[in-house]
Design a protein around this ligand. Structure first.
Ligand code: 0PR
Length: 385
């Protein structure tokens, strides 16, 4: 740090210069991100609550009330009347909390000491972090030919060490929804904790269903589902960081509680101590601002763009990996390697990402990608072809 204070203007000038190195969502060039520009109203509210700390909720009773209300409304969206949980930093922290709850529950009620979690091969890497931190082994459930959990293969890997089964509603690479209803039944019958990672799909599947899309049930209406991750900072248009973890029962929070004797509440279940309240406030505001009607429109628009891209790609001869269920399109050139194609697109200043299972270019159609950007992209892909 330099010795003397520097003028605000000078600091801002320097920061603006550095900020130019960042990509801007508004350019429509970021094609592989699940994040997007937050809604301006959500950002405005976020700034108002910047100093609130949910780590000591007795000091911020208003913001704690807001967090509880957000959890209730997300729970409501997921067919749960009395939801418990927290607004956290994102899908990773939400998944860590779910796995921690499952592990502690199995330790307390079943005496499982060295547990395992069953996750699909398509699971987000956050589960690897969770297993590592929580000292659990990972058992991978194979996928079927449609890139979804193979239920028979899943049944085979269940053991007396299984502390949790995980399924995905909106996989990271392809946006697919696992056969959650069948898995819920298996988990229920075997008395095993079942977590659904809907970090990506949580803010769109309920709305798409509402407007008539034929998508499978993935929520708490299934008796086996114990917890669901849903991220407001993805399709919810809340500012980063905003993840959500929703539990069916309060006991899942209780089994994680540690004493916090000198705080305004005497126990704490979250991973994080000092904890941002602004994310809860911004999520509260944006959910009220859009309502179900607004989110239905957003989800429909994203799916229209998805269809437009998928059909456009097929028209010019690219192979689309699977019929999109949510707003992700994965595709390949019939001859070029995905990595080679990705480099060609990078040269044309498109920021794409390459899926690994199967290897393919993967485009996540977030709110910042407009039809005009897709037309431009298709023109470039036609040229490359
Ligand atoms: N679960 C699923 C199904 C996810 O897709 C993700 C993130 C997570 C959990 C973890 O969420 P957080 O990143 O909020 O902790 N999926 C994207 C990914 O890792 C996130 C992402 C966002 C990637 C923006 C790139 C990017 O530019 O691929």
């Amino acid at each position: 740090m330099q010795e003397k204070p520097i003028d605000k203007e000078e600091i801002l000038k320097e920061l603006d210069e550095i900020h130019k190195l960042d990509n801007d969502y508004a350019d429509g060039r970021i094609l592989g991100s699940m994040c997007t520009e937050a809604h301006p109203f959500a950002k405005e509210v976020y700034c108002k609550f910047l100093d609130t700390n949910l780590g000591d909720p007795g000091l911020f009773k208003g913001t704690k009330f807001i967090e509880d209300e957000v959890i209730k409304s997300i729970g409501n969206l997921l067919s749960l009347d009395n939801a418990y949980g927290n607004i956290v930093t994102g899908g990773t922290e939400a998944n860590i909390m779910a796995i921690r709850a499952a592990r502690n529950h199995a330790r307390k009620y079943k005496g499982i000491a060295d547990g395992e979690i069953i996750i699909p091969e398509s699971a987000h890497f956050s589960f690897k972090k969770a297993a590592d931190m929580l000292n659990l082994n990972i058992v991978e459930a194979k996928l079927d030919e449609n890139y979804k959990i193979d239920v028979d293969a899943l049944k085979e890997v269940i053991s007396d060490k299984t502390v949790a089964i995980v399924a995905i509603a909106g996989t990271t690479e392809l946006g697919l929804i696992d056969p959650i209803e069948e898995i819920s039944q298996i988990a229920h019958e075997n008395n095993i904790y079942f977590h659904v990672d809907a970090a990506f799909g949580g803010f769109s599947i309920p709305f798409l269903k509402e407007i008539g899309y034929d998508l499978p049930v993935f929520d708490f209406s299934l008796p086996g589902v114990c917890s669901i991750t849903v991220d407001p900072h993805k399709m919810g248009l809340a500012p980063i960081p905003a993840g959500g973890i929703i539990f069916r029962k309060e006991e899942y929070l209780n089994v994680m509680a540690v004493d916090s004797p000198y705080l305004t509440v005497k126990t704490q279940s979250t991973v994080v101590g000092t904890r941002i309240g602004a994310s809860s406030a911004a999520t509260y505001a944006i959910m009220k601002y859009f309502g179900r009607e607004g989110y239905c429109k957003i989800a429909e628009n994203l799916m229209n763009n998805t269809k437009f891209l998928k059909e456009g790609l097929e028209e010019i001869g690219y192979d689309v990996v699977c019929e999109p269920e949510l707003n992700i399109v994965a595709f390949n050139h019939p001859e070029l390697d995905a990595d080679v194609l990705s480099q060609k697109l990078e040269k044309l200043n498109w920021k794409v990402s390459v899926a690994k299972c199967p290897v393919a270019i993967r485009i996540v159609l977030m709110n910042h990608i407009k039809k005009s950007h897709l037309k431009e992209l298709l023109e470039d892909l036609k040229e490359i072809y």
